[in-house]
Ligand binder design. Structure first.
Ligand code: TPP
Ligand code: MG
Length: 573
């Protein structure tokens, strides 16, 4: 191969490069650490500045090919750290490919800063190559969208760049709005699109630390004891929901990705109990944290006549309000002193006890059903039979839940498995994340990669364990492109666990399955797919394991992976 001759003109100046270095430098000083980029010519000044900053130890650089993957990777990084990740892309469809992750970030309130390179004004609207209307392309989904004119080398431009970094970081983290989310900085660049950077830029280190906004001051609403109350914790509710349930002595109905699925007040089988006249039927007041999305019973309860609902959200643009039936909304809440005393009265104890005990009885009944009869002669054979029996969704989620500990991370894809987990797993104080903003089946591998990379990042890893992500086969196939990793970048301990049932089996449980013709149902809803995951893993350089029985599964989950691995689990449709 002929050697490439690079001609660098050290005297060439590029305002694009000067501006890009100043901008990214300021982001680093503000405490941003992760930058995801995809290659392109128009964005080269930003990309080269990013490479330089990586070399100087200022940022962790993640290079991807597909902008859709890059967007979701940034989302996962921010889910773990609470800090926005920067995303650098070139012009045209590259920008549009960020849209799914931007929408998820918008609806879930996850900070993200998009640096989208663009043509300068004189090249717009005249059919220039790779040129579209980029400012505002994400519509209402961005907290702030700035169209920044091409730098021309004016002396104050680096100051403008630094101010831009501060303004956009504030907007993404919701400093003034209490609504963290995506921000788009559309950056026009003129030729020369880059210049050689001065060698050996001094290392930059953060002087500030960006943190997600947190409500300050005391609670803005105080609850009095009184009506029969339950606490609901939807996705992202956090530990506050558990604390309030505990203080008030109220049953806690916490979804699996709520961050509040633990504690003595937890009611695992809340769906069944909400349907029972003598428990669900008696509820008079509902306190909601987070974003409930996994059951029909919760919104139905809130919409029921005579039920008073209060919704608490420390941040966000929209309030959860099923049927427009919510009575009050507040940024923070507390229980007044008499709540704790009321919780200790016989009536208070009884209310909580009935929920918790009934739920436990249902757990025990389910466990008895699966128990192997102990008989002197048959014990070994029966046990072996269980270990060798094909896996069910229940066995799969139970095993993954049992294997997960506080030093691990668990990401749950949309569809059946997260619902199965929500219906059955016991309380455990572990970090569980899911993209429930829009509950898409897209970007799940990339999101989990972001969580894994951010949680395991040296030198002070936030997690010394494993990140596991559990998803259906269509969800996996939707995001196969995210398996494409850059050589030389860290390979996180990530176990991608795929429940393979040949298609989208969630639709089998919907009303439509009873009314649609079987053939059409198969063709347009279940959408059968049959892909060789082992070959895919090999093609992308991932490790691969298959677990067809409980014994295989236990083995695969207990042997901690040393890098990224796909674990295929066949399931009966
Ligand atoms: C981006 C996106 N497209 C389509 C959907 C609708 N959808 C929800 S679940 C699902 C099927 C998921 O199948 P799979 O991942 O195999 O899970 P399973 O239902 O089989 O457990 C689809 C297509 C969605 N949520 N997001
Ligand atoms: Mg499936």
């Amino acid at each position: 191969m002929p050697e490439r001759v690079v001609v660098v003109n050290p005297h060439q100046k590029s305002p694009a490069s000067d501006f890009s270095i100043a901008l990214l430098n300021e982001f680093v000083l503000l405490g941003l650490r992760d930058l995801v980029l995809c290659p392109g010519a128009r964005s080269q000044a930003l990309a080269l500045a990013a490479a330089e900053l990586e070399r100087a130890g200022g940022i962790r650089l993640h290079v991807r090919t597909d902008e859709r993957s890059a967007g979701f990777l940034a989302l996962g990084l921010a889910l773990e750290t609470g800090r926005p990740a920067l995303v650098v892309v070139t012009s045209g469809t590259a920008v549009a490919n960020l849209h799914p992750a931007v929408l998820e970030a918008h609806h879930a309130g996850v900070p993200m800063i998009l640096l989208t390179a663009d043509r300068p004004t004189e090249l717009r609207g005249i059919r220039s190559n790779q040129t579209t209307v980029q400012p505002g392309i994400f519509g209402v989904a961005t907290r702030l969208c700035l169209d920044v004119p091409a730098p021309v080398g004016e002396p104050d431009e680096t100051g403008i760049a630094a101010a831009l970094a501060r303004q956009t970081t504030d907007a993404a983290t919701g400093v003034f709005t209490a609504a963290p989310g995506p921000v788009q900085v559309n950056l026009a660049f003129r030729e020369p699109l880059s210049a050689a950077l001065p060698a050996g830029l001094p290392p930059v280190a953060p002087v500030a630390s960006v943190a997600p906004v947190a409500s300050t001051g005391g609670p803005t609403m105080l609850l009095a004891p009184g009506p029969r109350t339950i606490v609901v914790a939807g996705d992202g509710a956090g530990t506050e929901a558990e604390e309030l349930a505990h203080v008030g002595g109220w049953p806690l109905l916490a979804e699996v990705s709520s961050g509040a699925r633990f504690g003595p007040n937890l009611v695992v089988h809340y769906r069944e109990l909400l349907g029972a006249v003598d428990l669900g039927g008696e509820v008079e007041r509902v306190i909601v944290f987070g974003h409930p999305t996994l059951s029909r019973e919760i919104p139905a309860l809130i919409e029921r006549h005579g039920v008073e609902t209060i919704v608490i959200a420390p941040t966000g643009l929209e309030w959860y309000n099923p049927g427009h039936a919510v009575r009050a909304f507040t940024r923070s809440i507390g229980a007044d002193a008499s709540c704790a005393a009321a919780a200790r009265t016989p009536a208070g104890r009884q209310w909580l006890g009935r929920w918790v005990m009934t739920s436990r009885a249902l757990t025990d009944a389910a466990a008895d059903e699966g128990r192997v009869p102990i008989d002197r002669r048959g014990i070994t054979r029966a046990e072996l039979a269980v270990l060798r029996a094909p896996l069910t969704r229940a066995l799969l989620v139970d095993a993954v839940w049992r294997a997960s500990w506080p030093h691990d991370r668990l990401v749950l894809g949309a569809s059946r498995l997260i619902r199965e987990a929500d219906k059955r797993v016991p309380g455990k104080k572990i970090t569980v994340l899911a993209n429930r903003g829009l509950a898409g089946i897209d970007g799940t591998i990339a999101t989990a990669l972001g969580v894994a990379l951010a949680s395991q990042a040296e030198p002070e890893p936030r997690s010394v364990g494993v990140t596991r992500v559990l998803m259906g086969d269509l969800t996996f196939l939707h995001d196969v492109g995210s398996l494409l990793l850059a050589p030389g970048e860290p390979r996180p301990r990530l176990q991608v666990i795929v429940g393979v049932d040949g298609g989208g089996s969630i639709f089998d449980g919907l009303e439509v399955a009873r009314t649609a013709p079987a053939e059409a149902m198969e063709r347009v809803l279940y959408t059968p797919r049959n892909v060789d995951l082992r070959a895919l893993a090999a093609a992308y350089g991932w490790d691969y394991e298959a677990a067809a029985t409980r014994a295989d599964l236990e083995r695969a989950l207990t042997a901690a992976p040393t890098g990224p691995v796909i674990l295929e689990v066949p399931l009966v449709r």
